[in-house]
Design a binder for this molecule. Sequence first.
Ligand code: 5GP
Length: 216
Amino acid sequence: MAQSTFQGTIKRRGLMLVLSSPSGAGKTTISRKLLHLEKNLTLSVSVTTRSKRPKERDGVDYHFIDQAAFDRMVEQGELLEHATVFGNAYGTPRAAVARALDQGSDVLFDIDWQGTQQVAETAREDLVSLFILPPSTGELERRLRARAQDSEDVVQGRMAKAADEMSHWAEYDYVIVNTDIAASVADAQKVLHAERLKRERQVGLRDFVEGLRTGD
Ligand code: 5GP
């Protein structure tokens, strides 16, 4: 999607794009495609105490840490938000996010509704939240099973949690029903591109307009 290169010369503060959904709604696929398509978007890599799945890489998908290290990060205020999901602790390291936003880079978060609520309380002006819904319960279950990375117990647990997770849709700025991945990715890009143009995020506008008015 074309973007004005001139607009890119005006200093801008980065935004926090949060994607949430019940597992199996397609969030991970949408995230990956967004990261591939959007140069100025980086993924916030969370810390978690859950075990690594076979295809996951430490430091790329998550930083896999133990409970003691997690507790230490909480204690020292190093996490922007944290929550327990399916019995495991997850959290967003604060420093990398602050650095990216200051540099005008946008950060993508794959976090749940608990984390989104915390970010909304502490950094509402930087937050753009997007909730992804599956087209139907049957499709959700099919996607969860096709994944086959988790045991039957875990799949059942996640199906049970999905209804609960979905009840939080109304707390989000934008909602996408993911019937088609390409269309959902395009919609997420539209949200991102529009939000980048928000006046408050274009912190260089004041100087730019001043220059226009004085003829500099
Ligand atoms: P999974 O274990 O399948 O990778 O993720 C389980 C759930 O935890 C997903 O809904 C995911 O969005 C959420 N999650 C992952 N990282 C974080 C985090 O740093 N904070 C919060 N609050 N939730 C997270």
